[in-house]
Design a protein around this ligand. Sequence first.
Ligand SMILES: [Zn+2]
Ligand SMILES: [Zn+2]
Length: 339
Amino acid sequence: MKVTGFASQSVGQPLEPFTYEQPKINPHDVLVSVTHCGLCQTDIHAIEDYYGITTFPFVPGHEIVGHVSAVGSAVSDLKEGDRVGIGWQGRSCMKCEWCLKGEEQLCMDIVSSATWNPYGGFSSSVCVDSRFAYLIPDSMPSEVAAVLMCAGITVYSPLRSYAAQQEKKIGIIGVGGLGHLAIQFAHALNYEVTAISSSPDKKEQALAFGADHFMVSDKTSMQKAAFRFDLLLCTAHGKLNWVDLLDILKKNGRLILVGFPDVEFNSTDLVAHQLTIASSFLGNRKTMREMLSFAHEHNIVPKLELMPMTKVNEAIRKVKENKARYRIVLYNDIEKVEL
Ligand SMILES: [Zn+2]
Ligand SMILES: [Zn+2]
């Protein structure tokens, strides 16, 4: 059977309709008919082969929601018609040290674990390991669930692991696709949240998302905030003023990276203030399920814009021009494509 998707044929090329043979459904696999797929910064980076792991033709898309349309012989917990969500990780080796510990996001074979492999969610269907397809709570809209599958888990997982600490003054750096969700999750996890952004015009919305305070990341405000935060969660990308950012951490403070910013640190304050720079990648399957029910229970809803999948290149342009507020989800109208 043939599947239609949108693929980039080589590095940096715009997506175009692409037909490929439906992958074989292995015993643990499910075939999912895609109804919605969010557009993540990582998709755009991968089209540009920023990570050096992209194979072309490349069909991006890893914030997927759809309906199960076929199941492999060993699948017992999902059936045809179930509505599921799939994130960046669509499978794992299930036998390395990390998979056996239940930390599948650290699988030693992580590159071939991507939902993109062989083809991602900007497509009529995807084939993934059923153990990485998550049932969506009934009343959660599909476009909401889509964004939670990557942006949601990316910020929830580190926020959840540090939430047990007593001191919980957190600064969320960046009020964008990841940041606006991080503010909501951090608020629901009882942190004292400061949203930190270079754009003063994001103040009102950051407070509406649940931030207790808002701070512009200019020199004067940053100096005033010296030694203020126990924790900083960096959701921004590109170049940041790392010297000033480290100075707003308390001694023994922790900076957690979840996106892929360009980092450059001066060791003086880092060592003298005994700071930790940590990072966090996606989340394991247990945390993914927990995140979905936590988001549902606390009414955590991404602010998003729906666009048809046939306009995927326009959507990519909007994200690149920093005009998406705050996430774009594509609904599938691929049947309209004439090949
Ligand atoms: Zn992503
Ligand atoms: Zn593994």
